[in-house]
Write a protein that binds this ligand. Sequence first.
Ligand code: ADP
Ligand code: MG
Length: 254
Amino acid sequence: MTGEMVRADNVHKSFGSLEVLKGIDLVVKPGEVCCVLGPSGSGKSTFLRCVNHLEKINAGRILVDGELVGYRERGGKLHELAEKDVAKQRRSIGMVFQRFNLFPHMTVLDNVMEAPCRVKRENKAEVRDRATGLLERVGLGSKMGNYPGQLSGGQQQRVAIARALAMRPKLMLFDEPTSALDPELVGEVLDTMKDLAADGMTMVVVTHEIGFAREVGDNLIFMDGGVVVEQGPPREVIANPQHERTRAFLSKVL
Ligand code: ADP
Ligand code: MG
């Protein structure tokens, strides 16, 4: 334990000639909830994807729990990790997307059990106990035998959260987890995330839900054009943004 669950130093990422991240610095301490806001195209998803090495960064470095993501340092040089070592790092980081991507042909319980059983080859009975507990925790104890198609969007997203938690991650990344939901289903997913935060999970949450950021966030990052324009305690940033770009954005989403 390093006192820093996530550390990004001067992270740059380009797609061809398009520079999407132009030097991102960020620290998330264990147990903190970091909310990331910013207009569409500002690089929020790309940054999250860099944190678990789904995208390779071009410069800078990212550490998760003190460990370089995607690379190993030897003799002052960075060497990219082998695919199996990348996969191992990724297993300790849960990710929840806008789209739930559940396996449609598997029951809710099997969806949650799949990765620990197949990827980690854990004992099936133990995984079943844990998956059952997680589904109860997200309020879906009665839906374990159902198929995803029989569930509402909000319920499916809660299954996706339980599925990520089944791998016992030390960090959870959320990329606009409520953006695809009907408005009346947003609250149940945010409540689940709030419970998770209260339980001490370290979370990075890209969201436009200002209320959630204000209530649950320990830190708020406002990104625009591939840079962190401003950051601070959510209440302060929201009530008293220091930059015109932050003000303009907040006036649109508040
Ligand atoms: P946000 O999540 O803030 O809306 P993204 O990180 O998705 O922003 O995208 C930032 C920019 O990077 C956009 O201009 C987008 O078109 C571009 N981009 C994202 N992924 C790719 C990719 N795989 N190839 C090329 N361009 C990409
Ligand atoms: Mg995005």
